[in-house]
Design a protein around this ligand. Structure first.
Ligand code: ZN
Length: 444
């Protein structure tokens, strides 16, 4: 690979849109036929809907293909061929890799991959890292607890594939990881936004190290949407003196999107490898136009062991208005994944996306990185409590901060909050993914 080359795949990343659509239709037909022929679960689903491979001739036909939800995968698993069940499209002995979803919303889903699938994972991640400026001269530190979750595993292999030098930060604790970054003069790293901010806090408050003086130049975030939330991105970039880029992917799907070095305020969908459809949550209509939110239905064209065909991801996204200045012709989603269809709830009849609260909290200088939102019903009325941490140097400005918060939140979310300003480091800390939004009404 020529290091001056701008794109990981110069052909696929610059195809005209109509060519991309032709390719997508062709590849959808292929994966649909593969799934129909090899997965009992899918065959049954499609037979019930009366759809056969030859019926798919247009994007209109694709929309008639039944969606697959996570709950359906849970139901068929833990049966033969054990433990994956009958969505498995290859002989069990061809499975090379086991991973599972993190199960934050119920029983985890197991994900089998063949060696070919695993190479495909690394290839998907290579697009991401190349677009974010990773080159063979980078020394990449991965502060991740290499385990049963897919997380940064494929990022690790992609960095190797590109030719970077990869330092696996496995079982080290946060302090040891920071010292290793310092010692080896690592230039790049990958982690969740929660952990990136947590590491910076540990370095500053517990080790007297200013992370912006370290050698990290670029950071790839995944697992949470924070790197696409401008105020969170800014906090991470300032703390580390580095460029921070977002990426969204999932265990059952693959690494389907990435931010490029232009930082266009959104994510490129890797349209040569994935088909992303945006579905109106109320009407079920597929949204083609920009600036209209819906949930993502996604297909991975080349994943074979347990395919992802019209998977209902519940990620809320919208198409961007403008193409990206980087020259890639693949479409952008504005502001990244803005939430989960499950998390975007109605409070007092108003739609609330938790990411809007994060954007406001992290835009105020006097506040720390952590916050907590609790929605509950008191009598017949919804109440939102927002807890934030004031920084020691701003403790005398609590009233001003509270007034600013109330104002900004009303502006951005049209709702009123009970604010509780807490002392530094009093709210829960999270190691990997955070759970800062608690809707207690759901338990009732
Ligand atoms: Zn771009």
């Amino acid at each position: 690979m020529d290091v001056k080359q701008k794109y990981w795949n110069p052909v696929l990343e610059t195809l005209p849109q109509e060519k991309i659509r032709q390719l997508q239709l062709k590849k959808f037909k292929q994966i649909f036929r593969w799934t129909y022929d090899h997965s009992k679960f899918h065959r049954q689903l499609y037979e019930q809907a009366g759809i056969k491979p030859d019926d798919i001739r247009s994007f209109e036909d694709i929309r008639q293909v039944p969606k697959v939800e996570k709950a359906m995968m849970r139901d068929i698993q833990r049966k033969d061929p054990f433990p994956y069940g009958d969505a498995l499209c290859v002989p069990l002995e061809d499975v090379a890799v086991f991973r599972q979803t993190s199960g934050t919303t119920g029983q985890p889903v197991y994900q089998p991959d063949t060696w070919q699938d695993w190479e495909w994972w690394a290839e998907c991640w290579s697009y991401i890292l190349w677009a974010q400026g990773y080159r063979p001269q980078d020394r990449v530190f991965i502060p991740f607890g290499y385990n049963i979750f897919v997380a940064f595993w494929a990022g690790h292999y992609a960095a190797e594939k590109i030719g970077c030098e990869v330092v696996p930060g496995g079982v080290l604790d946060t302090k040891a990881r920071i010292l290793k970054i310092e010692e080896l003069q690592a230039t790049a790293m990958m982690a969740t936004p929660t952990y990136i901010l947590g590491m910076a806090e540990t370095a500053k408050s517990k080790m007297g190290i200013d992370p912006s003086k370290l050698t990290i130049e670029r950071i790839t975030c995944a697992g949470e949407g924070g790197a696409s939330i401008p105020s969170t991105k800014k906090r991470m970039e300032q703390a580390w003196g580095a460029k921070v880029y977002d990426h969204a992917g999932a265990t059952e799907i693959g690494a389907w999107s990435f931010e490029c070095t232009e930082q266009p305020g959104g994510l490129h969908v890797n349209e040569a490898l994935f088909l992303v459809e945006v579905e109106d949550v109320e009407t079920g209509e597929i949204i083609e136009e920009p600036a209209r939110r819906g949930k993502m239905i996604i297909t991975a064209f080349d994943r074979q062991a347990q395919p992802c065909v019209r998977f209902d991801s519940k990620d809320v996204i919208e198409w961007a208005n403008e193409p990206c200045a980087c020259g890639r012709t693949t479409r952008l989603i504005e502001g990244g994944v803005v939430g989960r269809a499950d998390d975007i709830t109605k409070v007092k009849g108003v739609l609330l996306a938790p990411s809007a609260i994060e954007e406001v909290v992290r835009s105020l200088d006097g506040l720390g990185d952590e916050y907590e939102v609790v929605v509950e019903k008191i009598g017949d009325t919804d109440h939102i409590k927002l807890r934030v941490e004031v920084l020691p140097e701003s403790e005398d400005q609590c009233q001003l901060i509270e007034a600013e918060l109330v104002d900004q939140l009303r502006l951005k979310t049209n709702l009123r909050y009970d604010i509780e300003i807490c002392g530094c480091e009093t709210l829960p800390r999270y190691e990997v993914k955070a759970k800062r939004f608690k809707d207690l009404r759901k338990k009732e």
